[in-house]
Ligand binder design. Structure first.
Ligand code: NAP
Ligand code: FER
Length: 334
């Protein structure tokens, strides 16, 4: 019986502020032999996501915290190597939440079979995966419709770039912000955004007013902080906010003050709705059909930044907070 040697990334210590390589260890492990009703999977791609930062903190939240000395978890797509389950065979492609490791053994309830026809398989982590579902769910959450002007922060990332393209397909006017000129060019030329600005070029409020002189109907918030405050200022009467993420505060060592102008919610009768992608899993089939069709028809770009090797996964994760990715950040396991 062959034994599988795998490498996996453990949480070594809880980060304070921006995570560093010292918070993680790469550990080699030998997997046990496969037992009845178990499957051995080799991960091909794994996801790194901003929400993982929150799971590295102490204390409870919606998603369980990572434990020190244990492997991290996260979305992954892999290939079945060996199976002792009827109906699952070597070569099958499966998604799971058992990323951050090269190989793993799991029962079938931990695996979701997906078609190998769709390539690259990393698309199951991005446009057709968790971040694509988040983008799609956000637009549905506040009923984004033709004629709306929508502002999206973090627009060149995994969620933002898909949200903007889906909003264009719905007939919206789309404005995005991102952290480099290369990213704003990508938004305009490849994603079809009407306007895009670099939030590092000057105050977000000034740039947003310039790009949306008549105000906005919807704000898709991936960033929080200054962008949220600016959006509150320019939202029109009865405007809506999709509260999706707040990455500007994820590494803050003490809690940050809220927007100084929250009273706009009252005066303009705004609606701000919290979005958690896990609430939308029952609509995954509908989402995959709609967005899968757009991808196949060439109407939706699923841009990725691919980093190679599990030994680069920590750097890829930290890179999310330095804006190193355009589109979905994925790690290809070699
Ligand atoms: P992503 O946008 O692909 O990657 C993160 C990006 O955030 C970076 O590339 C960087 O781009 C930007 N960023 C980092 N630090 C920043 C800062 N201080 N200020 C402004 N921008 C900053 O990540 P994603 O997976 O698509 O996630 C985007 C947001 O959605 C995150 O807030 C995430 O937590 C949230 N999210 C929420 C849910 C949910 O269920 N609610 C699900 C998935 C994701 P720049 O170069 O533009 O700075
Ligand atoms: C995210 C940010 C936050 C995310 C999930 C959460 C899946 C949930 C946090 C919590 O429940 O505390 O990007 O993506």
């Amino acid at each position: 019986m062959t034994q599988t040697i795998s490498r996996e990334i453990h949480l070594a210590s809880r980060p304070h502020g921006i995570p560093t390589a010292a918070n993680f260890t790469l550990v080699q492990t030998t997997l046990p032999s496969l037992r009845d009703q178990e499957v051995l999977v080799r991960n091909l791609f794994m996801s790194v996501d901003p929400y993982m930062r929150g799971r590295m903190n102490e204390g409870k939240s919606y998603v369980p915290q990572f434990e020190i000395g244990r492997p991290l978890e996260g979305g992954a797509v892999g290939e079945v190597v060996e199976s002792r389950v009827t109906g699952i065979k070597p070569g099958d492609i499966v998604t799971s939440s058992l990323g951050w490791r090269e190989f793993f053994i799991a029962p079938p309830r931990e695996l979701q079979p997906v078609s190998s026809q769709i390539q690259p398989l990393s698309v199951y982590l991005g446009a057709l995966g968790m971040t694509g579902l988040t983008a799609w769910a956000g637009l549905n959450l506040v009923e984004v419709k033709a004629g709306d002007t929508i502002y999206i922060s973090g627009a060149a990332g995994a969620v933002g770039s898909v949200a903007g393209q889906l909003a264009k397909l719905r007939g919206c006017r789309v404005i995005g912000s991102a952290g480099s000129d290369e990213k704003t060019a990508f938004l305009r030329t490849e994603c079809g955004f009407d306007e895009a600005f670099n939030y590092k070029d000057g105050p977000v409020l000034d740039q947003l007013k310039h790009n949306a002189p008549d105000g906005i109907d919807v704000y898709f918030d991936n960033v929080g902080g200054e962008s949220l405050e600016a959006a509150l200022a320019v939202l029109r009467l009865h405007g809506r906010i999709i509260a999706c993420g707040s990455i500007s505060g994820y590494n803050a060592e003490k809690s940050l003050p809220g927007p100084s102008n929250l009273f706009n919610i009252t005066t303009k009768r705004l609606t701000m709705k919290g979005l958690l992608v896990f609430d939308w899993l029952d609509r995954q089939a509908e989402f995959r059909k709609e967005v899968g069709d757009y991808c196949q028809a060439g109407k939706l770009k699923h841009k990725e930044t691919v980093v190679e090797g599990i030994d680069q996964a920590v750097a890829a994760f930290i890179g999310l907070f330095q804006g190193q990715n355009m589109g979905k950040m994925v790690v290809k396991l070699t």
